[in-house]
Ligand binder design. Structure first.
Ligand SMILES: Cc1cc2nc3c(=O)[nH]c(=O)nc-3n(C[C@H](O)[C@H](O)[C@H](O)COP(=O)(O)OP(=O)(O)OC[C@H]3O[C@@H](n4cnc5c(N)ncnc54)[C@H](O)[C@@H]3O)c2cc1C
Length: 470
């Protein structure tokens, strides 16, 4: 029996044999692997609480896991922790159309929510490209974004209430009313990457589907012209529902993947621009966008004829990461954020990093948000290439931080970017944040050694001890 398929309690609620644990040795970040001590599958908040109390009393570290699609290693048991899988807590508990909210268990799959309420004219806005597999609990853990978050906001803007099992097993609730007094714990917990407890119930905002949607593709010879068009579209006061970009190497990948659109292979970049809202006036916005694209030397503009064509374009874009597997044995996804106006400058620097490390880098991004996803292509069978890919990724994030951006837009820090946090925060700023975490997680039992780097002094001591052993 598969542990996620609904049996309650009993021997199927715990995995402990090597052959079962191997499936949990990593998440979507595959560069580091480690076996958990066990995986447990609670079915209710009370079962999570009981399991956590048991672990807490014995000081056994543990971590929550949704679908394991995270790209920064947040759900990897790097120290052999026990994994608390939320896969069996996968129910839609209630929908309140009048007040536009839904209550879900954390293992509920993102896309299922929109599918479940679509016939009533509603949807859930945050749409990570992994939405067919990732869970709402994991989305809360990472504060996930998606193509349509430019206009509608990321997960934190849609979470109205949370139930949480604290690392000592106590159950607490926060939010739920329109404006709770006191500190904004929802804001702190959303994006906390499982370091403050296990979310066991989530209340989210649901939205009425827009009356109309229009989508255009703008095909460019020069990626810099496309970048300038992105800045100008936003500067013109238009907020598209989505504004995505793929560069030449990314186009090579998606056109070799399962959902080719038929982009000419010599293109420098493509923009996908979507507007939605009241039907009246949408074409005016599209005309305005096309005029901006033309001012920036677009080669060709295509407008979607119908919903099928739009869906085909989005399938091509949303499977871009996986499509890289058709042009490279391995790839490393990065997730930097920059001010939109810096796109040409940063893309040029990414090109320099690509040349320096002798690795091809494809760029797929939520351009409207300035959220870059450089995909560093490498071959792990070639000695030294994995290390070069990791170093190139870190250097890209430094460039993003140096232009006033950030080291993560949506994929989180996990174990992958802990040291890169120093590009953004000084020692004291990191300390303030770990102090807050310690209020929830005083013994560091829940997802230990993730998100924040160790204090610099510890790193120095470790280096010193290592040098004395050489
Ligand atoms: C092909 C592909 C495309 C992707 N595209 C996007 C994208 O467009 N936008 C985006 O934001 N991300 C994207 N991702 C990354 C990933 O899908 C998201 O981060 C997603 O939110 C992870 O959900 P999950 O259920 O897989 O969580 P997991 O990977 O299982 O966990 C992620 C983190 O959340 C914590 N966590 C999980 N469940 C809970 C819980 N119940 N309580 C507390 N903490 C919890 C975990 O400990 C871990 O730190 C993509 C990934 C892939 C593989």
């Amino acid at each position: 029996m598969h542990p996620g398929d609904g049996a309650t309690g009993g021997p199927t609620a715990v995995l402990h044999r090597y052959e079962d644990l191997v499936a949990y040795e990593c998440d979507g970040y595959t560069l580091e692997k480690s076996l958990p001590a066990a995986v447990v599958f609670p079915k209710s908040t009370e079962e999570v609480s009981r399991a956590v109390k048991y672990l807490h009393e014995r000081r056994i570290p543990f971590l929550p896991r949704g679908a394991g699609t995270g790209l920064s290693g947040g759900a990897i048991a790097q120290g052999g922790e026990v994994i608390v899988s939320l896969a069996r807590m996968n129910k839609l508990l209630s929908i309140d159309y009048l007040n536009r909210r839904a209550v879900l268990q954390p293992g509920y799959i993102n896309l299922k929510l929109s599918n479940s309420i679509s016939s009533k004219g509603y949807y859930y806005a945050p749409d990570p490209s992994s939405q067919a597999t990732c869970t709402i609990g994991g989305n809360v853990g990472e504060n996930a974004g998606g193509a349509h978050c430019l206009k509608y906001g990321v997960t934190t803007n849609h979470v109205l209430g949370l139930e949480l099992v604290l690392p000592n097993g106590d159950i607490v609730k926060t939010g739920g009313t329109l404006d709770s007094p006191g500190y904004d714990l929802l804001g702190i917990l959303t994006g906390s990457e499982g370091t403050m407890g296990i979310v066991t119930e989530i209340t989210v905002r649901i939205l009425k589907k827009p009356q109309g949607v229009k989508t255009v593709l703008a095909l460019y010879e020069d990626v810099n012209d496309a970048s300038r068009a992105v800045s100008e579209i936003i500067a013109a006061g238009i907020i598209p529902a989505a504004l995505e970009m793929m560069d030449k190497i990314a186009i090579e990948g998606v056109e070799s993947g399962n959902y080719p659109v038929g982009y000419p292979r010599d293109l420098g970049a493509v923009l996908i621009v979507e507007v939605d809202g009241i039907e009246e006036g949408l074409q005016d916005q599209i005309d305005h966008i096309i005029a901006v694209c033309q001012r920036n030397r677009v080669r060709e503009v295509r407008q979607a004829d119908d919903a099928q064509e739009r869906a085909r374009w989005w399938a091509n874009r949303k499977t871009a990461f996986g499509a890289m597997g058709t042009i490279s044995p391995d790839y490393l996804v990065q997730d930097g954020v920059i001010p939109r106006s810096k796109l040409p400058e940063v893309l040029a620097k990414v090109g320099e990093i690509s040349a320096k490390y002798k690795l091809r880098i494809a760029n797929v991004f939520h351009a409207g948000d300035g959220n870059l996803h450089p995909l560093i292509l490498f071959d792990s069978r070639v000695p030294g290439e994995t290390e070069r890919a990791v170093a190139a990724g870190s250097e890209v994030l430094k460039v993003c931080a140096d232009v006033g951006g950030s080291i993560t837009g949506e994929h989180g820090v996990g174990i992958e970017k802990m040291e890169d946090m120093r590009f953004i925060f000084n020692e004291r700023e990191i300390q303030v944040q770990t102090d807050i975490r310690d209020v929830f997680n005083p013994h560091s039992l829940c997802n230990p050694d993730k998100l924040f780097p160790k204090p610099a002094r510890c790193v120095e001591v470790k280096k010193f001890v290592a040098s004395t052993k050489e």
